[in-house]
Design a protein around this ligand. Structure first.
Ligand SMILES: *Cc1c(COP(=O)(O)O)cnc(C)c1O
Length: 376
C-alpha cells in the first residue's frame, strides 16, 4: 500500500527554519517582535494593501473585522452560503445572524445578481445590513466588482474572506483587497501555513491599529494596563510569523504547482462523462488551492461518494466540497436567498489531493483510480 496521500499538507521551503532561528537568537519567543513586523510589511506589499495585522487565525481576523464594522447583537450580516463554517461563526460570536446567499455556477462563489437584488430589496424596506462577508473559495475569486458596487451604493461594509485565496487574482488584483478589509488564513492545509495564523489587510490605518489593539487585550497606554474596552488574545506569535516569512517567499512556486496539478487532473479527466471541473471565469486567475470537480451520477454511472470511498480504500484523502451553511443544522434557522446551486455543488462536488509536494507518481495513481472508478 502506498503512503497516505493527503488533501493539502504543509510544504515548507528553504528559509522558514532560518527565520525561526533568527527569532530564537533574538529571544523574541512572544506575540511581539521583529518577525511579526516584517511579516506584516512583506504581506501587505505582496497583496498590495497599505497595512496588515497578523493574528492567531482567520477566524479571529473575521471576528475583529465584524466588530470594527459595528456588528452587534440582533444585527443581520449577509454571507456566502457555500463556504467553511468559519466564515459564519464570528457573526454569531457577536450575537448577530447570518443571511446566506447562493453561489453562481460560473465562479461557485456568491451570485452577484442575488446579492444586488437582496440589497435593493432591503434598501426599499429600510433594513440594510451593516456588512457583507464575501468568500473566495478554493483559490477562486468571486465576481467582486458588481458586489462591491452594490455595497458602495448602499454604504454597506464589504469584508472579504480570502482565507483560501492567497495567490489568486481578480482582474489582476489580489482578492481580499477590494473591500473595507480582507483576511487570509495560514492554517495547516492552506496554500501557505504557519501551522495556525491569519492576516488582516486594509488600506485603513485606523482599522489596522484597532485590530492590533483588540488582538492584544485592548491595553491602554499605562504601565499598570488600563482597560476601557473588551479585548482578546488574538495576536500571532513572533515564531510563527518567522515561518510565514519563509512561506511567503515560495508562494509563487506554490501557485504554479497548484495550477500544474489542476491541469494534470483536468487534461486526464475532463472528457469523462459526468465530470465537470470548477470553472475559471475571465475575471479570475485562480490559485487552484484545491482541484475541485463535480460528478453527475446520471451521466457518470457512479456518485461522488463512491469516488471518495475508492480513493480512501487506496489510502488517498479526498473530501466533498463544503456543505453549504444553509444546510448545516447549526444555521438551519437562518434566512437563505436561493441555495439550490450550492446544494448541488455540495451533492456532486469533490476536492482532490492538491499537495504541492505530491509526486508525479502519486498524481498518476490518483488519476488511474478515478478513471477506473468512472469506467474509463
Ligand atoms: C480556513 C478558513 C477560514 C478560517 O481560517 P482559520 O485560520 O482556520 O481560522 C475561514 N474561511 C474559510 C473559507 C476558510 O477556508
Amino acid at each position: 500500500m502506498n503512503e497516505r496521500i493527503f488533501l493539502s499538507p504543509p510544504h515548507m521551503g528553504d528559509l522558514e527554519q532560518e527565520f525561526v532561528n533568527e527569532a530564537f537568537a533574538s529571544n523574541f519567543i512572544a506575540p511581539v517582535g521583529p518577525q511579526i513586523n516584517a511579516f506584516e510589511e512583506e504581506f501587505a506589499a505582496l497583496v498590495g494593501t497599505k497595512y496588515a495585522a497578523a493574528v492567531s487565525s482567520g477566524t479571529a481576523a473575521l471576528h475583529l473585522l465584524l466588530r470594527y464594522a459595528g456588528v452587534t447583537a440582533g444585527d443581520e450580516v449577509i454571507c456566502s452560503t457555500f463556504t467553511f463554517v468559519a466564515s459564519a461563526n464570528p457573526i454569531r460570536y457577536l450575537g448577530a445572524s447570518p443571511v446566506f446567499i447562493d453561489s453562481d455556477a460560473k465562479s461557485w462563489n456568491m451570485d452577484p445578481r442575488l446579492l444586488v437584488a437582496e440589497l435593493d430589496k432591503r434598501h426599499r424596506e429600510g433594513r440594510l445590513p451593516k456588512v457583507v462577508v464575501l468568500v473566495h473559495l478554493y483559490g477562486q475569486p468571486a465576481d467582486i466588482d458588481p458586489i462591491k458596487q452594490a455595497c458602495d451604493k448602499y454604504n454597506v461594509a464589504l469584508l472579504e474572506d480570502a482565507a483560501e485565496a492567497l495567490g489568486s487574482q481578480y482582474k489582476g488584483q489580489a482578492p481580499g483587497t477590494f473591500g473595507l478589509a480582507g483576511f487570509f488564513s495560514f492554517n495547516g492545509n492552506k496554500i501557505i501555513t504557519t501551522s495556525g495564523g491569519g492576516m488582516v489587510v486594509s488600506d485603513d490605518e485606523e482599522l489596522i491599529q484597532k485590530v492590533k489593539f483588540w488582538a492584544t487585550q485592548a491595553k491602554n497606554d499605562a504601565v499598570h494596563y488600563e482597560h476601557t474596552e473588551i479585548g482578546y488574545n488574538y495576536r500571532l506569535s513572533n515564531v510563527l510569523a518567522a515561518i510565514g516569512r519563509g512561506q511567503l517567499k515560495v508562494l509563487p512556486d506554490r501557485v504554479r504547482e497548484k495550477r500544474r496539478i489542476f491541469s494534470h487532473y483536468h487534461s486526464a479527466l475532463k472528457d469523462l462523462p459526468g465530470v465537470s471541473f470548477m470553472p475559471e471565469p475571465d475575471f479570475a486567475h485562480s490559485s487552484r488551492w484545491l482541484t475541485c470537480l463535480t460528478v453527475d451520477q446520471e451521466q457518470a454511472g457512479v456518485d461522488r461518494d463512491a469516488l471518495i470511498r475508492i480513493l480512501e480504500k487506496n489510502n488517498i484523502e479526498s473530501r466533498p466540497t463544503w456543505k453549504p451553511m444553509h444546510l448545516q443544522p447549526l444555521y438551519r434557522d437562518c434566512e437563505v436567498i436561493g441555495g439550490e446551486v450550492a446544494a448541488k455543488l455540495f451533492q456532486q462536488g469533490i476536492c482532490l489531493p492538491s499537495g504541492t509536494a505530491m509526486s508525479n507518481n502519486d498524481l498518476c495513481l490518483i488519476v488511474d483510480i478515478i478513471k477506473k472508478c468512472l469506467g474509463a
